[in-house]
Design a protein around this ligand. Structure first.
Ligand code: F0G
Length: 400
């Protein structure tokens, strides 16, 4: 059994209560009685996927699934050499059904929406969440409404939200404003809110931790490095590692390192001040539009994940992000969108700063696929070479 519990005051809410934050304003998380969970239900061999870990997921009905999770964990020898680190893996979440980690949360969140008898699902999004909500809404046959910041969502993500049949609203404002609006809409219309303030959605995302540990033979790496936007994923993954440790499956938790873009870094600033709360950034800006967020709703969870695990928060420039995107693409054959490359750019900075040591093992989470944002990829690559249709011209171009 489980309850929804406030991380601030400890107040508990029943599993079927539709509530997103506590009366005190605190964030909620799903709390299990771990004595009821047989660890062998988690560790039993089987194909990696979100629903392998069902005994630690808060859904009882048949899930709405597209076989999400089970993403590859790639060893990166080239980048190990280049960065000077012993053991580096990339967990490529771009290999999920819609090309981002959001599918892990949405398979759980949309299944929960049906279990609760909700009639419409909704979210605000910098893109990936909307693509994912649209596809799981289609799969579940429940209408989906998504609010996007106008002109700031990468092309592939808009295409997905539109094609999978969501009602797509382009808001004349940024993500933080869109989130505020969708929260009001859900409140007044009884729509089910599937942003990461929803504690059920984050339960799906914690399976990243389970898969990483399982792929490493139920060991945890020294550090996990990932991009931070609305700060749900770092909180979810940390919760997953905590649960594994509390069940006695693993011995410790990794240091959680959150990376933000230079123009959009409220968590990094709070961390630098050793604060527990953020000061929102009113005008966030970065080429990594997925994490162009100034007022991350899960900031408190994320900051405790970082502090408790002995982790770190650091920002990287757009140039560093794009350079790491290219390095992943060309040195390792891993195609990711800019936000995802922030993880590797951040790792490089943390190594340079001496925060991460070269004898440590690190997993970078690349959260979304290269094809999500083809425009940025094209804008930052040399153009195709125009050639006449003759063999001489082709050879001149090849050897020129
Ligand atoms: N990477 C990608 C590719 C994302 O799409 C997001 C968030 C993040 C990282 C950051 O994760 O918000 O849990 O800290 N995208 C959200 C969206 C906000 O609407 O798609 P977070």
């Amino acid at each position: 059994m489980y309850v929804q519990r406030c991380i601030e005051c400890g107040r508990e809410y029943a599993p079927d209560e539709v509530v997103y934050t506590c009366e005190c304003g605190g964030l909620l998380e799903i709390a299990y009685n771990l004595d009821d969970i047989d660890p062998s239900t988690i560790t039993a061999p089987g194909r990696l996927c979100v629903w392998k870990y069902r005994s630690l997921l808060p859904v009882r009905r048949e899930p709405i699934t597209l076989l999400e999770g089970g993403t590859p964990l790639y060893r990166c020898n080239e980048l190990e050499r280049e960065l000077g680190i012993r053991e580096l893996y990339v967990k490529h979440e771009g290999m999920n059904p819609t090309g981002s980690f959001k599918d892990r949360g949405m398979t759980v969140g949309v299944s929960k929406a049906l279990e609760l008898g909700m009639k419409v699902v909704a979210c605000a999004s910098t893109g990936n969440t909307s693509a994912s909500l649209a596809i799981y809404g289609a799969r579940a046959n429940i209408p989906a409404v998504v609010l996007l910041p106008s002109g700031k969502v990468a092309l592939g993500k808009v295409a997905q939200a539109l094609m999978h049949g969501a009602k797509v609203l382009s808001i004349q404002g940024n993500f933080d404003e869109a989130l505020e609006l969708v929260r009001q809409l859900c409140e007044s219309e009884g729509f089910y809110l599937l942003n990461s303030v929803n504690p059920y959605r984050l339960e799906g995302q914690k399976t990243i931790a389970f898969e990483v540990a399982e792929a490493l033979g139920w060991h945890v790496p020294d550090c996990v490095v990932l991009p931070v936007g609305n700060a749900g994923n770092i909180s979810a993954i940390y919760k997953g590692f905590r649960e594994l440790r509390d069940l006695g499956i693993t011995e410790s938790v990794p240091k959680m390192c959150g990376i933000q873009a230079e123009g959009s870094k409220p968590i990094v600033e709070a961390f630098a001040a050793r604060a527990l709360e953020i000061a929102p950034e009113p005008t966030p800006e970065t080429v990594a539009t997925a994490i162009r967020i100034g007022n991350p709703v899960n900031a408190k969870k994320a900051l405790s994940a970082i502090y408790e695990s002995g982790g770190y928060a650091v920002d990287v420039s757009d140039e560093q992000i794009l350079a790491s995107q290219r390095a992943l693409a060309q040195r390792e054959g891993i195609g990711v969108e800019p936000a995802s490359a922030a993880s590797v750019a951040g790792l490089k900075k943390l190594l340079d700063m001496g925060v991460i040591q070269e004898d440590e093992s690190v997993v970078c989470i690349t959260t979304g696929h290269l094809l999500k944002d083809p425009e940025t990829a094209i804008a930052n690559s040399p153009p195709p070479i125009e050639v006449d249709a003759t063999i001489e011209a082709v050879k001149r171009a090849v050897f020129g």
